[in-house]
Design a protein around this ligand. Structure first.
Ligand code: ADP
Ligand code: MG
Length: 289
């Protein structure tokens, strides 16, 4: 797989606090065609990383390679290739949804179809309403499709599902997966485990400006998950649960007999959640108690 980004020993301090690095030497690779998730609690440095990668913050140390070239060597054409969803939706509230989309589209040469985008996220019928009157969720959806206006090659999404109801979160997640299925790259930051479980191919755990583990989500689940199969079944009107070691399970007579059992209700493997993995790897909880 071809790397979209290679980040090596990235360090960054905000101008207001030059002595304190917010990013303390992080390294990772984002491959083309993958959804890479930067996961961590509030204040970890996720948004700062996205701002550096999208060149909103330039005074960094370390190196960033974007498709085989130093990121700093790209001119403004870089922005033709990327789409950015900011953590805080930024729109002109006195303009309508459609006017906002047209205005931001005017910056780009390449154009996506605005009607299709707005229809997909259920905003077409509200296109002529001023954004000031949009609900939080509508603003978040507008923010997301705005990032797709230039039909980008790489999509950056900062806490993209924050404030969305499950139905709209699903639409957006489906769109992110479709984007990736066209061999395009997604860099997303999130503090939500669900996003990672449902979207990401690879994830990096970020705490206090440092990365703790960078792995394929599937590998993490295998590494930290229990090789176990749980079977729930009903017997004499009582729910019973039995666990089996996954090794040699095909030769386990009790398991085989349960498979033939009439009262079988569920079978599932003992995968750990990303939340448990995060705590195991970093020694910290992702959410404040
Ligand atoms: N504009 C800024 N000036 C100074 N410090 C900032 C600024 N933005 C963020 N920070 C600090 O940088 C750290 C990382 O913030 P951020 O990247 O927003 O974290 P996250 O997105 O993971 O919640 C925090 O300690 C935050 O207070
Ligand atoms: Mg953030």
């Amino acid at each position: 797989m071809k790397p979209a980004f290679i980040i090596e020993d990235l360090r960054y301090a905000y101008p207001t606090n030059k002595k304190q690095d917010v990013l303390k030497g992080i390294s990772f690779t984002v491959d083309q065609g993958e959804i890479f998730g930067l996961l961590g609690p509030s204040g970890a440095g996720k948004s700062t990383t996205q701002k550096v990668l999208t060149r909103l913050l330039n005074d960094y140390r370390g190196s960033i390679t974007y498709f085989d070239r130093d990121l700093k060597s790209y001119d403004s054409r870089f922005y033709e290739e990327i789409g950015v969803g900011f953590e805080m939706p930024v729109h002109f509230s006195k303009l309508t949804g459609l006017e906002n989309m047209r205005y931001f589209a005017s910056f780009y040469q390449k154009k996506n179809d605005i009607e299709t985008l707005l229809k997909r996220v259920g905003l077409w019928e509200y296109k002529d309403i001023k954004v000031a009157e949009y609900s939080k969720g509508m603003k978040v959806r507008l923010n997301f499709v705005r990032a797709l206006l230039n039909d980008p090659k790489v999509l950056f999404l900062d806490e993209v599902t924050n404030g969305l109801d499950p139905k709209n979160a699903k639409i957006i997640k489906d769109m992110i997966r479709e984007f990736k299925d066209q061999n395009r790259t997604v860099f997303l930051t999130t503090h939500l485990m669900n996003d990672v479980e449902q979207l990401c191919d690879k994830v990096a755990f970020c705490i206090n400006g440092q990365l703790h583990e960078i792995s394929k989500v599937r590998d993490l689940k295998l590494k930290y998950g229990k090789k176990e199969v749980m079977v729930e079944y009903r017997e004499d009107d009582q729910l019973k649960i039995e666990s089996f070691d996954m090794n040699n399970i095909a030769d386990n007579p009790k398991f085989i007999s349960l498979l033939h059992h009439k009262g079988l209700e569920t079978i599932h493997s003992g995968e750990t959640t990303m939340e448990d993995i995060f705590i195991k790897v970093t020694g910290q909880a992702l959410y404040e108690e």
